[in-house]
Ligand binder design. Structure first.
Ligand SMILES: [Zn+2]
Ligand SMILES: [Zn+2]
Ligand SMILES: [Zn+2]
Length: 364
């Protein structure tokens, strides 16, 4: 496998090059000096200004380290030095993951702001903890909605979140922010676009064939009989979610919420919507039927996460026996992302042997 990009980028040499405090300081200083301008005509920083910003008096040392960065992360222009996109990404990683103190904390109550963060299963108050760059919400009164060896008892969600985003937020604001980011990622990935790298995303409905609806099912480890797995084919970024939560951009789904106005509340609501997986033909394809409890609407999702109302007045709405033609279904999919560009992913989404994921885990 080639690890070189079109510009001859050699990641082994590049990562070796980064193992130096002065070089990281140069990348950070370039980023801090130019971060307010993000366009293609990047602002250049003159050599002497950059040396001053890094705080190195020894010009020989500074020049040596700056030159080492030039093959991978920094370019020289007439006006001075600019960060290449990869250099910028490194600087951003430094800021979001290493630029702040580790804010780890153990189970603390989520009761400090008006965001409704009661347990979606039992209604008691939740606790939130942060460790290993994951925010975990959990109920201390019931088993929660997911049971896995790596997760504490009562887990409702466990989501990766950079430490930089934890500081300066109350516990309640943190829960709202983490689930809003989760929602952004799911909605983007449901449309086939990785929010991390821009790559194509494989979408897979994951059904539990022996689901126990009484509490957390032992077979799949969740309360949901069907979830969706979203995985980037390029970088492997992965999200697992309740099916309707991945299409909150759809007016059909949005209309099924009563009042949630933040990502956590939409996530918690969709956890409680009755959902079932329905096979529609002999080829193993299935649809997901969802009944949001506080509306009359019944929604159907297909494997590309397009959404339809169960019946439309002209009789061409989706029906569970698969009578609707492809064309008819699309006509009745005012908000489905049903362009032909969705179709190449057909038939190539399944990952044989993958165990059923939790509805809210995040393995990235
Ligand atoms: Zn609970
Ligand atoms: Zn199950
Ligand atoms: Zn990706």
């Amino acid at each position: 496998m080639s690890r070189r990009g079109g510009s001859g980028f050699d990641p082994v040499a590049a990562f070796a090059c980064l193992g130096n405090e002065t070089r990281l300081s140069i990348l950070e200083a370039l980023y801090e000096t130019t971060r307010s301008y993000d366009g293609p005509g990047r602002r250049a920083v003159p050599y002497s200004d950059l040396q001053t910003a890094v705080g190195i008096d020894d010009s020989g040392q500074f020049n040596y380290h700056l030159t080492r960065l030039r093959n991978h992360f920094v370019s020289k222009t007439d006006g001075g030095y600019v960060l290449d996109q990869t250099g910028k990404t490194v600087a951003q990683i430094l800021l979001r993951s290493f630029g702040v103190e580790d804010p780890a904390f153990d189970a603390t109550p989520v009761d400090d702001a008006p965001v409704d963060t009661d347990c979606p299963r039992c209604g008691e108050s939740l606790a939130v903890s942060y460790a290993d760059e994951h925010v975990v919400t959990r109920c201390q009164h019931c088993p929660g909605v997911v049971d896995a060896a790596a997760l504490p008892d009562g887990t409702v969600s466990a989501l990766v979140f950079p430490p930089a985003g934890v500081h300066d937020r109350s516990r309640s604001e943190l829960v709202a922010a983490v689930h809003r980011r989760y929602e952004f990622h799911c909605v983007s990935m449901a449309q086939g676009l990785c929010p991390t790298c821009g790559g194509e995303v494989a979408r897979e409905l994951v059904s539990c064939s022996d689901h126990d609806t009484d509490g957390i099912c032992e077979a799949c480890g969740t309360t949901l009989p069907v979830t969706v797995s979203l995985c980037c084919r390029v970088c492997g970024h992965q999200r697992l979610a309740p099916v309707p939560f991945t299409r909150t951009d759809s007016p059909l789904v949005a209309a099924a919420f009563t009042d949630p106005d933040n990502g956590w509340e939409r996530f918690a609501a969709t956890l409680g919507w009755p959902v079932e997986s329905v096979p529609v033909d002999d080829g193993g394809e299935c649809r997901v039927r969802v009944e949001p409890p506080e509306t009359d609407a019944v929604l159907w999702f297909d494997e590309q996460l397009r959404v339809w109302p169960e019946e439309s007045s002209d009789g061409r709405g989706y029906s569970p026996d698969g009578r609707g033609t492809s064309a008819g279904r699309r006509e009745n999919s005012p908000d489905g992302h049903s362009s032909s560009t969705d179709d190449p992913a057909d038939g190539d989404d399944s990952v044989p042997g993958r165990p059923s994921p939790p509805p809210d885990g995040d393995s990235s």
